[in-house]
Design a protein around this ligand. Structure first.
Ligand SMILES: Nc1ncnc2c1ncn2[C@@H]1O[C@H](COP(=O)(O)OP(=O)(O)OP(=O)(O)O)[C@@H](O)[C@H]1O
Ligand SMILES: [Mg+2]
Length: 310
């Protein structure tokens, strides 16, 4: 339950911290104040851990060894000693488990070191409104991080959005990138910033230069893809799964873990709808081949849609 009286008081205090509160509508002000109110009151570390729900644990994620090693090592070190601010970037194609890996390792670290770390994430929606309010939102966000009593792990997913290059950028993107960069320059001890992107070329050059590590997260190799198929398709009969391995190895496309995970969802739906119909129609090799072919053809479209040179 929200203590409305306490919130009303908080809102007034919050309003007093704004240099130009008239730039926000009453609704926006209420919205922002509520967010910070909740952050400062009811959002204990347990809640944050609960909210992080990666689909897999870090051990289950196949491959991604370099990223796993670096992040795990960094966090272990940071738990033990005082460190300087560090900024790293995971870059690689869409669907190779960048987001899932970061969420999994962070969740496991928050459980392992509940008194040491605090987790925050930013995306463009949390720090963008109008041009004039973007700087305020970014300042507020970093104010919370600066005043944290714990060591902060900050996750910037889709980093190409938050750090969009200022070259040819619109006013909001320009404002956002410049203000975040100012915050990064005013370093916060112990702050660990993990960023992820599938479009590193869209990131502002000045920010790219600030990454201590840029970790390549490639598409899975064939043996890795085999393990990913086994992980996500465990419910498919062994002999059919064997033929799936064969299909993927001979396919002209590059398959990501997400492709496999999405296909596994389709297969699960087929099995379920089957039970609803109460027929004896099962997941047959023909259906498996049909669905994989469909997925392959949707990848063909993607190739046309997607700006590969970005
Ligand atoms: N190496 C892998 N091992 C196991 N599962 C994987 C792997 N790669 C992808 N997956 C599956 O694909 C899902 C999607 O991955 P995720 O969203 O983390 O990819 P991403 O790299 O962040 O993509 P994007 O660049 O589009 O944000 C994962 O939750 C997982 O189920
Ligand atoms: Mg992602």
């Amino acid at each position: 339950m929200i203590d409305l009286q306490a919130f009303a008081k908080y809102k007034e205090e919050y309003k007093a911290t704004l240099s130009n509160p008239d730039l926000m509508t009453e609704e926006e002000l209420e919205d922002r104040a509520m967010k910070f109110f909740l952050m400062n009151t009811s959002e204990g570390p347990e809640k944050i851990v609960e909210k992080l729900t990666p689909m897999l644990s870090s051990v289950q994620i196949v491959g991604m060894d370099e990223a796993k090693d670096i992040i795990t090592r960094d966090i272990r070190l940071r738990a033990a000693v005082e460190t300087e601010q560090k900024l790293i970037l995971l870059e690689g194609p869409s669907g190779v488990a960048k987001t899932t890996l970061v969420e999994a390792i962070v969740k496991e670290s928050l459980i392992k070191y509940p008194d040491i770390f605090e987790f925050h994430r930013i995306d463009t929606t949390t720090i963008t409104r109008h041009v004039t309010t973007t700087a305020i939102l970014i300042n507020e966000f970093f104010y919370i991080i600066r005043s944290s009593k714990k060591k902060v792990i900050l996750f910037v997913d889709e980093a190409d959005e938050c750090f969009r290059t200022r070259y040819n950028a619109g006013a909001i993107a320009l404002e956002r990138t410049s203000n975040i960069m100012k915050q990064f320059n005013n370093e916060i001890p112990n702050l660990y910033i993990i960023c992820a992107t599938n479009r590193p070329k869209m990131i502002d050059k000045a920010i790219l230069e600030r990454f201590q590590s840029r970790i390549n997260c490639p598409m899975p190799t064939w043996p890795e893809l085999r393990n990913i198929i086994d992980l996500h398709m465990l419910f498919v009969k062994d002999k059919y799964r064997e033929s799936m391995h064969h299909y993927f190895i001979t396919s002209p496309f590059k398959w990501s873990g997400r492709d496999i995970q999405l296909l596994s969802k389709t297969f699960k739906e087929i099995i379920q709808s089957n039970k609803l119909d109460d027929s004896d129609y099962t997941l047959t090799p023909e259906i498996i081949t049909l669905e994989i072919t469909r997925k392959a053809s949707s990848k063909m479209h993607l190739k046309d849609d997607y700006l590969e040179d970005e």
